[in-house]
Design a protein around this ligand. Structure first.
Ligand code: BGC
Length: 485
């Protein structure tokens, strides 16, 4: 492989001049299928706002809009040592956060790979694995023991209904998780029980969604933060609403949470448009949904999050193969495996700096046992761009809906997640999409009124700050949930 210099050159657009007419026709077809116009985005945003409102109403709707019982803004002055546990899509992280009290913090963390079989194993296996990791961490960092149990903020990045901050009943698994015996149950006692079994001095004081954590952590350092969003294995956003605007809490609030109080809302908007009214779904999106463990759920997430981007590409490639357009006479048995193409595929393909897409060639040869022609690779590259761009354009519709609902004309949207952080060109695509929605006449994305900015570590630092805010409220005898909880 010939490198063009010591550093990889930037990815190139590449010419399509040598692509034969029959493949060009396929490419044009895909462009039509995957392109989301500005007008379409605006109509999605409009419907999104009404769905957010529905979620806050007593009757409810598809978007859960879960009150997260964070009823204060962080001041940046919070101090103390807190543990954070982050059960995300792929890894488990344990973090010791030392809040400095001057918008600053220190963290020490261990990461544990979540064995694949746990995603579809039993509840007992999951919680005991987590407890073992916690024990390992505490034994390592507190070899002499502790005088008081360590307060822990548990970032549980799945839709969990919360009557109070230290409880969360899992509504349904997302992101390919399918562990029996957890849906419909409060996950906090399940975790606490395993912690106690191993005699670990830990008290779970708060259950937090990763988006809420991101919102609060970023607000701790950046007062312009208006939302926390995750664009990773899953997709979701959180923002602060005002209690009087949350109809479904009417009559349920304790006296010390007044109508003007802020309330962090974990939207769970990955489930936007489960009714399939506005999203521009293709036949590939339909297959993904039908073959997923939870058909009919997470319609928005299935078109936008990292868990599905490679799979969408794979289904298109299989279709083109079946119609005789690509990979002629090749053994495609590997490509037939569902989810064999994770997000690293579109990501690496979009990042390929070579005119002849040499890195893509390697990727297909080594991982999928498929020899590709330059022309096929150009199609693959175009497809990756289309799928990634569609994801970015749809994702920001959620951001725009919240900003419009709350009347934010300017905002920092604190964003985290593997797709946001690592997918080549994603930030630019998202900024362009927001610009298209609002018709801003501003060139540089750094000058856009609403900007996606890299977030602070929400699942670690955010969870710790929320644990701290909760402890303070409890110490002052204040409520952290609905009346009577
Ligand atoms: C979950 C959310 C989470 C998001 C990002 C979704 O699948 O339902 O709770 O915030 O992924 O991790």
């Amino acid at each position: 492989m010939v490198r063009l210099g010591p550093k990889k050159p930037p990815a190139r657009k590449g010419s399509m001049a040598d692509v034969p007419a029959n493949l060009m026709e396929q490419i044009h077809g895909l462009e039509t299928l995957f392109t989301v116009s500005s007008e379409k985005m605006r109509s999605i945003v409009k419907h999104f706002i009404s769905e957010l409102d529905k979620g806050l109403s007593k009757k409810g709707g598809n978007i859960p809009m879960i009150p997260g019982w964070v009823v204060e803004y962080p001041t940046g002055k919070e101090t103390g040592d807190f543990l954070a546990l982050d059960l995300g899509g792929t890894n488990l992280r344990v973090v010791l956060v030392k809040l400095g009290g001057n918008h600053d913090f220190d963290t020490t963390q261990n990461k544990y790979r979540l064995p694949d079989h746990l995603r579809t194993g039993t509840s007992e296996q999951l919680w005991s694995f987590i407890a073992k990791c916690l024990k390992e961490f505490v034994d390592e960092w507190y070899p002499d023991g502790v005088s008081e149990p360590l307060p822990l903020g548990f970032t549980f990045s799945y839709p969990a209904s919360q009557k109070k901050i230290n409880s969360g009943v899992l509504q349904r698994w997302t992101k390919g998780f399918d562990i029996e015996g957890v849906e419909g149950h409060d996950v906090v006692p399940m975790l606490q029980e395993q912690i106690e079994k191993l005699n670990i001095p830990i008290n779970v004081v708060a259950l937090i969604n990763d988006t809420t954590g991101t919102l609060v952590a970023s607000l701790y350092t950046d007062p312009q933060t208006k939302m926390g969003i995750i664009i990773g294995t899953g997709v979701n956003g959180a923002y602060y609403d005002v209690v009087s605007g949350i109809e479904k809490l009417e009559g349920l609030l304790p006296e010390d949470i007044g109508p003007d109080s802020p309330m962090a809302i974990n939207c769970e908007y990955g489930s936007f448009d489960n009714e399939h009214l506005v999203l521009p779904r293709t036949k590939y999106d339909v297959i993904i949904d039908e073959e997923s463990p939870r058909p009919g759920q997470q319609a928005f997430e299935k078109m936008t999050s990292g868990y599905y981007l490679g799979e969408i590409m794979r289904l298109v490639l299989l279709d083109l193969y079946d119609s005789g357009f690509i990979f002629k006479d090749q053994d495609i048995s590997k490509l037939k495996e569902a989810y064999v193409m994770d997000t690293s595929y579109p990501s690496k393909i979009e990042d390929d700096p070579f005119e002849n897409l040499e890195d893509t060639d390697d990727l297909f040869k080594t991982n999928l046992n498929i020899e590709t022609t330059v022309v096929e690779r150009k199609l693959i590259r175009k497809l990756a761009e289309l799928v990634g761009t569609r994801a970015a354009r749809l994702t920001v519709c959620g951001v725009s809906a919240i900003c419009d609902k709350r009347g934010y004309k300017t905002a920092h949207i604190a964003a985290d997640g593997s797709v946001f952080n690592r997918y080549p060109g994603y930030k630019e695509k998202a900024a362009q999409a927001l610009k298209d929605i609002y018709n801003w006449d501003v060139e540089k994305m750094e000058d856009h009124p609403i900007q996606l900015v890299a977030a602070e570590d929400g699942s670690g630092v955010g969870a710790a700050i929320i644990a701290c805010l909760t402890q303070k409220r409890l110490a002052a005898g204040k409520s952290v949930g609905i009346k009577g909880e």
